[in-house]
Design a binder for this molecule. Sequence first.
Ligand code: IPM
Ligand code: MG
Length: 357
Amino acid sequence: MTYNIALVKGDGIGPEIVDSAVRVLETIGARYGHSFKFKEWLAGGCAIDATGTPLPEETVEGCLTSDSVLLGAVGGPKWDGLPGNLRPEKALLGLRSAMGLYTNLRPAKLYLALKEECPLRSDIVAQGFDLMMVRELTGGIYFGERGRREGKYGPEAYDTETYSVLEIERIARAAFETARKRRRNVISIDKANVLETSRLWRETVHRVAEDYPDVTLSDMLVDNAAMQLVRRPSQFDVVLTSNMFGDILSDEASQITGSIGLLPSASLGATKRGLYEPIHGSAPDIAGMDRANPIATILSAAMMLRYAFDLSEEADAIESAVDAALNEGLRTADIVGASGIRPLGCREMTDAIITRL
Ligand code: IPM
Ligand code: MG
């Protein structure tokens, strides 16, 4: 079977890590008899430089007509001075929105081989953790009305958080369905003691929960969740969040795995076509130096095989190869810690994963 994959490499380390994932996919294709066809599209800072806009229309078209999208990262200091709607990040938000990708799955688990890299106390590390953040991705404050105006104290700015019942219902369903494939526990994050959107969130999530009597639901305030993630991460199975709360908590969750360079994500909508990307950014400080950790992007490609193409055996093979490389003590610069191990470059780590496929 032929799968058409749109590649959006983006900026900074984006091209290096996407190239790594492509090499892994090509090896899998040869091994299992699939043909992956890749086509590149511009988005982010590189698109601003080439076309004057962060998300060219043809990129949206190219992604919408592909079977799935693999993205690196966008942004960098070069474009930091631009107004909000012309920034590279706008490409990512615009693409998620144009593709209708309202569900963002961000798994975070502790690799035993990397427990030395976990900044938590050893008794907490000993309990391990394996959670799945289900983040709403096309609504909330990142997409609400915003602007500048004159206020009581002079010039002011505002951003607004809006959530409809429909948006909350569909992300809640995604979380409950995800929980059914895991440990059947959902913790829904909100700030219902202050925010009206959170009160609607809580009400709606509880109503949807009636359709999932086999899944346990509890609520947790976001400030408490930030604390519980470092206090006892093992209590979390599926973590259901709004767009902004998920953005913040997923970075926190990634750090307790040892490195943000390890965490993949899948952005899904109503169709099988999704967008797969590492949760980290473009790391301009190490761009082009062959120092990036390719694992988050390689694991994102594995998620693509699993979710977009139903190729779970192939996805398992990639995840096992990553496990094997880490278990054998192979490390990139972000995860060497104080071990004294010589870190592998992005290409070398990719080669090591490919030989373990
Ligand atoms: C992420 C990133 C993006 C987000 C930015 C770059 C727009 O932080 O994917 O977590 O906030 O969603
Ligand atoms: Mg983020």
